[in-house]
Design a protein. Structure first.
Length: 146
């Protein structure tokens, strides 16, 4: 297989992979590595995807943070941990986390509390706190809210 053909193929795979949702650079790198592309081709493809606007860690971080908070009702700690595992820098993670609007964050936390209390037959403060910590909420915000 020629190098040019591999480059085109890698770019096609990368564009398709980034096409239906935001991705981190690490996710694309891992995807192309699994397809057994040469390291230099992967590096070049990632650069090209960034230049074309398909790949942007900051945009990914914001999208992931807001999406996980709204849809999965995750707290900031869990989101930070997941972003770290997707290869983002502390600065990129910070920008993503800070893109979550504070009033929205508190409303999602309240929704979590409401749903969890409905599930329990007898309200249990400790179980609720444990659940919210597991969801990634910060202890001071939990205590202020419940």
């Amino acid at each position: 297989m020629s190098d040019d053909h591999s480059k085109d193929q890698a770019l096609q795979i990368g564009m398709k992979f980034c096409g239906y949702r935001e991705r981190s650079v690490k996710e694309v790198k891992d995807k192309l590595s699994k397809k057994v592309f040469d390291y230099n081709i992967i590096k070049e493809t990632i650069k090209k995807l960034q230049d074309l606007g398909f790949l942007d860690n900051i945009r990914f971080s914001k999208s992931f943070s807001r999406g996980k908070n709204n849809n999965n009702r995750w707290g900031k700690n869990k989101i930070k941990y997941q972003l770290k595992s997707k290869g983002l820098s502390d600065e990129e993670i910070g920008i993503g986390i800070n893109s979550i609007k504070e009033d929205n964050y508190i409303n999602v936390l309240k929704k979590n509390i409401e749903l969890y209390n409905k599930k329990l037959k007898i309200p249990d403060r400790n179980k609720l706190i444990s659940h919210l910590i597991y969801k990634g909420y910060e202890m001071d915000i939990i205590l202020k809210t419940i």
